[in-house]
Design a binder for this molecule. Structure first.
Ligand SMILES: [Fe+2]
Length: 227
């Protein structure tokens, strides 16, 4: 009599999510792996990165998560997004972000805002299309990236003598749970409100990656007045 090995059954959507998550995790690891050594950057380069990151995050994270909530049709996904928004609002994460930038002497100027203007606008217009699956995937990527980016961001501020680390401390921990929640929400949304066959599920994530590259690697040709 032969013994048959029974493999655990996985649904098609669970397999799809695990492949998507693997691709996004790899993208995040690539981005983090090629970050410059903070000690090899000039003071201006360190301040520009903090200022541009802050310029994007402070006023847009809650807006983009709200856009994702509006785009999402799955009833099971909505409480996961609302929980995220609840924490952002109750704990005043934009205030934490601003405190971090001010303490590092990197509060964004109009130059910093304009340096990310084109790529930020692309993200705003993309999320304005209200595509549930693509928006959820983009925000899962963003949460995962932010969590792994925190040690780098903290080291930029520390190099400028700042000890205000509430923003980086909080986001290095809480976003692990948020990221997992968003992948669960994505799986629900894919079953209720699937993306058309001709759409690229990674379109928003690609947009966001371009914006992140701009934050980290853009170097103005002339020195900006305040940094
Ligand atoms: Fe946050």
């Amino acid at each position: 009599m032969s013994t048959q090995v029974v493999l655990p059954q996985q649904s098609e959507s669970a397999i799809a999510i695990s492949l998507i998550q693997k691709t996004i995790t790899q993208t995040i690891n690539d981005l983090i792996g090629k970050l410059p050594d903070p000690q090899l950057l000039t003071i201006s380069e360190r301040l520009w990165i903090i200022a541009r990151y802050s310029s994007v995050l402070e006023g847009n994270f809650i807006y983009w998560m709200t856009a994702t909530l509006i785009a999402t049709k799955s009833e099971a996904a909505r409480p996961i997004i609302l929980d995220n928004l609840y924490e952002e609002t109750r704990d005043a994460h934009p205030h934490m972000m601003r405190k971090f930038a001010i303490a590092a002497h990197a509060f964004p100027t109009d130059y910093d805002a304009l340096a990310v203007h084109v790529d930020l606008t692309s993200m705003r217009l993309f999320l304005g299309r209200l595509s549930g699956v693509q928006s959820l995937l983009t925000m899962a990527f963003f949460e995962g990236f932010i969590q792994k980016f925190m040690p780098f961001l903290a080291s930029l501020a520390a190099a400028e003598g700042s000890m205000e680390m509430e923003y980086t401390d909080v986001h290095g921990v809480c976003d692990i749970a948020h990221t997992e929640g968003l992948y669960r929400a994505l799986e629900n949304e894919m079953s209720v409100n699937p993306l058309g066959n001709d759409a690229n599920i990674f379109e928003g994530a690609n947009c966001l990656r371009t914006l992140i590259d701009r934050i980290v690697y853009y170097r103005p040709e002339v020195a900006t007045p305040s940094h």
